[in-house]
Write a protein that binds this ligand. Structure first.
Ligand SMILES: [Fe+2]
Length: 487
């Protein structure tokens, strides 16, 4: 991986592109561009450039305040080479807070597509955040990414996990098979990802998708991983029988998955296994992206005794302290969390927050002790869109709202009903009876947009009418207005 601090050169007039991108197969700039993890002065820019004939290539980048690249405010170069799978990441410094920028890369005569990004503001009155998750390639078309990319005035997109899936090819009889058949979208490699090469191939496939490329080119994205990026389970699938079998080289596999994650996504991690981090949008929103999967989580043990064990964690003491310090220091009107696993439910759910009541209770005590902080969770993993609330112990107050987008393309309950027809009725009953579910849907895919001002947070769920056909419609089934201090 290459991270280079940009050399500043103000107001340099750029040359016009001399030719289009040479993108034979996966080569050239075939995977587009991306940006992410903005600060007030910096942003990560990403591309991949695989030279057609040589082993490595010098890749230049330019950042401009205008689309025509008349005024270049930052420029520099990096090296694309096999050691980092030809992925190029640049941490451009010296930018101005709250500004939109255009950027592009070039190598020789090849130019990348132009991307647009935005730094964090010092002060801001209104913020729009897109929320996406769970995009299994073989599940269907990425219409949700396509539609979010068309939205106006989105400041940042957060991806709350399952950017890729490590699973092998979908097969006849599986719930994904109807989608795979309809779309022809089959996983590459056609086996479960184990080696670094497998993971790189999988990211390459996902990032060749034109809708995902459009979304990345349009807005900065802040990502966190869920289970499917990072080989959570210590088993692998036997390619012959399809059975889960122990993987003696699990640590190596997990390292492979994390190496590829850092190569292919535009994040600025604290460390190899530490990705929880925060972003402050003036004094309006403190955005905290959590890790409830890797850095600090105890092994999931499905025993009653484990629920009493205060040495078992989902986010750990250090991350919990980081949250409390971050909320207090930011002193923002809203505290928005990106989070992998549902926090609202109690009861069964061993891998979720409720499987780790020591951490959950301490976090919710902190929330309850800070009633004016406006805590909002955006949570992934569920595949079906929901709006939950967490109530206090005597059910007189709402502690926080939890918003779950529909998946981009991973199987929702209606699709899972392919192999378990009873699932829809069971879920309908359970969710209708739950006191803390305000809204849910079982047959949809889409995303959420949060529109935040000092006075209110509006959450709007968007659906696409199908992911199995190229033609579709955009639907707006549900919206919720949350007044500040109105929890
Ligand atoms: Fe998922």
């Amino acid at each position: 991986m290459i991270i280079i601090v940009a050399l500043m050169s103000s107001c340099v007039h750029s040359e016009k592109p001399r030719s289009g991108s040479a993108t034979a197969g996966n080569k050239g700039f075939a995977h587009g561009v991306a940006s992410g993890d903005p600060t007030e002065q910096a942003v990560i820019l990403w591309t991949r450039y695989e030279p057609i004939e040589s082993e490595s290539a010098k890749v230049d980048f330019e950042v401009s305040t205008d689309k025509g690249f008349e005024t270049i405010v930052a420029a520099g170069s990096a090296k694309a080479e096999a050691a980092s799978n030809y992925c190029v990441k640049v941490d451009v410094q010296g930018l101005t807070a709250g500004m939109s920028y255009y950027y592009r890369f070039k190598s020789g005569d090849d130019y990348s597509p132009v991307g647009k990004t935005k730094t964090l503001p010092e002060n801001v009155d209104r913020l729009k955040i897109g929320v996406v998750n769970c995009a299994k390639y073989s599940g269907g078309y990425y219409h949700a990414y396509e539609e979010l990319a068309k939205m106006e005035d989105i400041d940042v997109v957060i991806h709350v996990g399952d950017y890729i899936y490590e699973n092998g090819a979908s097969k006849p009889g599986s719930s994904y098979w109807p989608s795979t058949q309809a779309t022809g979208r089959q996983h590459d490699p056609p086996r479960e990802c184990i080696s670094l090469e497998d993971y790189r191939t999988r990211y390459s496939q996902y990032k060749l998708d034109s809708s995902l490329q459009k979304l990345h080119a349009r807005f900065p994205m802040i990502v966190i991983w869920d289970d499917h990026e990072i080989a959570m389970i210590k088993h692998m699938t036997d390619p012959d029988t399809g059975e889960k079998i122990p993987n003696p080289n699990w640590e190596e596999r997990r390292d492979n998955s994390i190496i590829a994650y850092h190569e292919w996504l535009p994040l600025r991690p604290k460390a190899f296994e530490t990705i929880y981090r925060s972003f402050q949008f003036g004094d309006l929103v403190n955005l905290m992206m959590l890790d409830a999967r890797v850095c600090c989580k105890s092994e999931v043990t499905k025993t009653q005794a484990s629920l009493e064990d205060t040495s078992r964690h989902i986010i750990g003491n250090a991350q919990l302290q980081w949250i409390m310090d971050g909320v207090n220091t930011a002193d923002a009107d809203w505290n928005v969390f990106g989070n992998q696993l549902l926090i609202s439910l109690k009861g069964n759910g061993w891998e979720r927050w409720q499987g780790f009541p020591y951490d959950r209770d301490r976090f919710l005590s902190f929330v309850e002790a800070n009633p004016k902080r406006n805590f909002v969770f955006t949570t992934g993993n569920a595949h079906n869109p929901h709006h939950y609330i967490v109530l206090n112990e005597d059910k007189t107050d709402t502690l926080l709202h939890e918003f779950l987008p529909g998946s981009v393309s991973s199987g929702n309950n209606a699709e899972k009903a392919f192999y378990d027809p009873t699932i829809l009725a069971k879920e309908e009953k359970r969710l209708t009876e739950a006191e803390n579910v305000l809204w849910f849907h079982q047959d949809s895919h889409g995303f959420i947009v949060l529109d935040v001002t000092k006075e209110e947070l509006r959450a709007k769920w968007y659906f696409v009418s199908t992911i199995r056909e190229k033609e579709y419609a955009l639907l707006e089934p549900y919206a919720y207005r949350l007044p500040s201090n109105g929890l």
